[in-house]
Design a protein. Structure first.
Length: 267
């Protein structure tokens, strides 16, 4: 397989390294597209793949082209990239909020997959949701799924509009998790613990709780009830959460995130 990555910032390099690690592509068949001369030199020193400019004819030999540039930089890049696109190449866009219809219009190209990864892809434990244009063939979809699998799990969304909800739920999700962990650590400090001790207790508790969710074969309500004995400490905390509508505030927060994602996709 031959792959081109347009936009070699953090996420672009995450994919490049993952593809090489799992031998999806050889470094000689991996193109890194960059215009800035200083950045080109930096990428060349990494010795990950061949560094080229956006209109390099070699790009036309690619099976998959990954668009990992910032959405605001795409419009300037599109005219050059359009010159080297061939009808059968698959474009995989991970640009947040950029719709398939817009990419079709700007690049005059029909074979497009739009994906929404989240930050744990950096350690191979991410989740990526994706939607595909009508002209994507099953074999091409499988190729892209093999690429996404190098950074974690993936899920196909038949309706592209659902990617706004995905952005709010799993795209932004790690930040909500970090926020809750930070709050628990702070609570430990207020109860007199050293920060390092509180952080260790919280992180290991979160890790263990995750594995229980995955392996205990119980509903979340059942898992909660096994910890929250009547009249006990857990019940006291959960009662406070419920009285203050913590669950509804969280849901409203995600609905606001989805609303913002929809606004950005129309920009």
């Amino acid at each position: 397989m031959k792959i081109t990555i347009v936009g070699c910032g953090n996420m672009g390099l995450v994919y490049a390294r993952a593809f090489l690690k799992y031998e999806i592509v050889k470094s000689g068949d991996l193109l890194l597209v960059e215009k800035n001369e200083t950045r080109k030199e930096e990428l060349t020193k990494l010795n990950i793949g061949k560094v080229v400019v956006p209109n390099d004819p070699l790009i036309s030999q690619s099976d998959v082209i990954i668009l990992a540039v910032k959405p605001q930089d795409f419009k300037e890049l599109a005219p050059e990239l359009k010159l080297v696109l061939v009808p059968q190449v698959v474009l995989l866009s991970i640009m947040a909020g950029v719709k398939i219809s817009y990419l079709k219009e700007q690049l005059n190209h029909s074979k497009i997959i739009r994906a929404m990864p989240n930050s744990p892809v950096e350690i191979g434990m991410g989740i990526t949701a994706y939607s595909a244009s009508e002209s994507i063939e099953m074999e091409q979809m499988r190729k892209v799924e093999n690429l996404l699998a190098t950074t974690g799990r993936y899920v196909y969304m038949e309706q592209e509009d659902m990617l706004d909800a995905v952005t709010a739920l799993s795209g932004s999700g790690p930040a909500y998790f970090f926020y809750f962990v930070k709050t628990l650590v702070e609570a430990g400090k207020q109860m007199g613990m050293e920060e390092a001790v509180s952080a260790m207790l919280v992180k290991q508790t979160m890790l263990g709780a995750f594995h229980l969710i995955n392996n205990a074969n119980k509903s979340l309500d059942s898992l909660i009830s096994t910890v929250a004995s009547k009249g006990g400490t857990t019940e006291a905390a959960l009662k406070t959460f419920n009285e203050n509508g913590v669950d509804q505030h969280i849901i409203q927060g995600l609905l606001n995130a989805e609303k913002r994602a929809k606004e950005l996709s129309k920009a």
